[in-house]
Design a protein around this ligand. Structure first.
Ligand SMILES: *Cc1c(COP(=O)(O)O)cnc(C)c1O
Length: 394
């Protein structure tokens, strides 16, 4: 049965993903189950998406009720939750105005357009973007254009013009690229795909300062590192460096496809105007209900507080692996977005993890990434370490 399903997928889908030969069926809490009933401990969270884990009854019931009531309207009209979801998301992400998208790439796209639109209104002639090496911002043309990996970019060139790449955590390399044409600087406070690289406090403050002194907008891409993962609702809050534009997606809907870009009032005043941007599905009743409910549960259960409680245990255990195993070089990251750099072939180790019932994700630089649902407990970390050790030493 599993093989038939895989075969049908192989024959009918465009082959852009190298999937594991696993057909998932359902999930509960920290665990996923395949169609043969095999159990997988999930430290991938569907790419840092399912912060609340699987089968959260409260969220499920709320979504089901919304489906029965109404799930599409288009943006020609308001619906009951659009204003509330926007207000709640602005409150927790520290921005003033938000636009709902369907994905992270689309959120980045909107953020870049917003920055260009701001420059256009102001008549500054600024159009250049400074992005970071090793960054990842998504697969749409704009997002690929600011992604700092040749392999993602080259097959699709020519891309959006005016993008320059600086070295992450190297302020001088950013300063060297600043000109009177610089429109915005875009960065992930904690790089995900690029290998779990955390910005230094100095770097975040330095970028904020460069932007303030030169009339440049600071865009933080928190599609992956946002929504509680680093121990604050959004990672920028941990640095105290409020961006001008913020992108979000992945965990804000716990898997219901929803993203967002948000901005300060100062930017909104000069940025997108009616007719400049849109998304037919964007912020539909189901997506907004998901965002509203997810935020409500995050706050009531104090999920960021839980992340701060449990993350030191993950850190300690991963540091233990660095000490114990020669093939583990270093631990990186913050909160529940961490990684270990290993010397063994990563694809093989990843495959052995899956075979041993553990889901993790690869990242650049031979890094195994751990982005579990944020409801993870110490006992799950113990189980993960045990399974990981077997995959690393087997
Ligand atoms: C995943 C990701 C994106 C793209 O999100 P999609 O929903 O896959 O389009 C953008 N930026 C960052 C930092 C991401 O991790």
């Amino acid at each position: 049965m599993v093989n038939n399903k895989i075969q049908a997928a192989e024959e009918n889908l465009i082959h852009v993903y190298n999937r594991f030969p696993v057909v998932l069926d359902h999930g509960e809490g920290m665990y996923l189950y395949d169609t043969d009933g095999r159990e997988y401990l999930d430290f991938a969270a569907g790419f840092a998406v399912t912060g609340l884990g699987y089968d959260n009854k409260e969220l499920n019931e709320t979504l089901k009720a919304q489906i029965d009531q109404l799930y599409h309207t288009s943006n020609l009209y308001y619906h009951k939750s659009c204003g509330e979801a926007a207000r709640e998301l602005n409150r927790v992400c520290g921005m003033d105005r938000v636009f709902f998208t369907n994905s992270g790439g689309e959120a980045v796209e909107g953020a870049l357009k917003s920055a260009r639109r701001y420059a256009y209104t102001k008549g500054t002639g600024r159009y250049e973007f400074i992005a970071m090496e090793n960054s990842f911002h998504g697969r749409t043309f704009g997002a690929v254009s600011v992604t700092g990996h040749d392999s993602y970019r080259e097959p699709f060139e020519p891309l959006v013009p005016g993008v320059k790449f600086a070295k992450f955590n190297d302020l001088d390399s950013v300063k060297a690229l600043v000109s009177d044409k610089t429109c915005a600087i875009i960065l992930e406070p904690l790089q995900g795909e690029g290998g779990i690289n955390l910005a230094t406090q100095e770097f975040m403050e330095g970028i904020r300062k460069i932007c303030d002194e030169n009339g440049i907008l600071m865009i933080c891409d928190e599609v992956q590192c946002g929504m509680g993962r680093t121990g604050s609702m959004f990672a920028w809050q941990g640095f105290g460096t409020r961006p001008d534009i913020l992108t979000m997606a992945k965990a804000i809907g716990n898997g219901i496809p929803v993203g967002a870009f948000a901005m300060t009032e100062k930017v909104a005043k000069y940025s997108l105007k009616p007719g400049d941007h849109g998304a037919t599905y964007g912020g539909n009743p189901l997506a907004c209900t998901a965002v509203k409910k997810v935020i409500e549960i995050f706050e009531r259960e104090n999920i960021p507080g839980h992340v701060n409680e449990v993350a030191p245990y993950l850190t300690k255990k991963l540091d233990g692996l660095v000490d114990e195993l020669d093939c583990v070089v270093q631990r990186k990251g913050k909160g529940l977005m961490q990684g270990i750099e290993i010397t063994k072939p990563i694809a093989e180790v990843n495959r052995r993890c899956v075979e041993g019932g553990l889901l993790v994700i690869q990242a650049e630089g031979n890094v195994i990434r751990f982005v579990p649902p944020l409801i993870v407990e110490e006992k799950h970390i113990d189980e993960m370490i045990e399974k990981l050790k077997r995959a690393l030493t087997g």
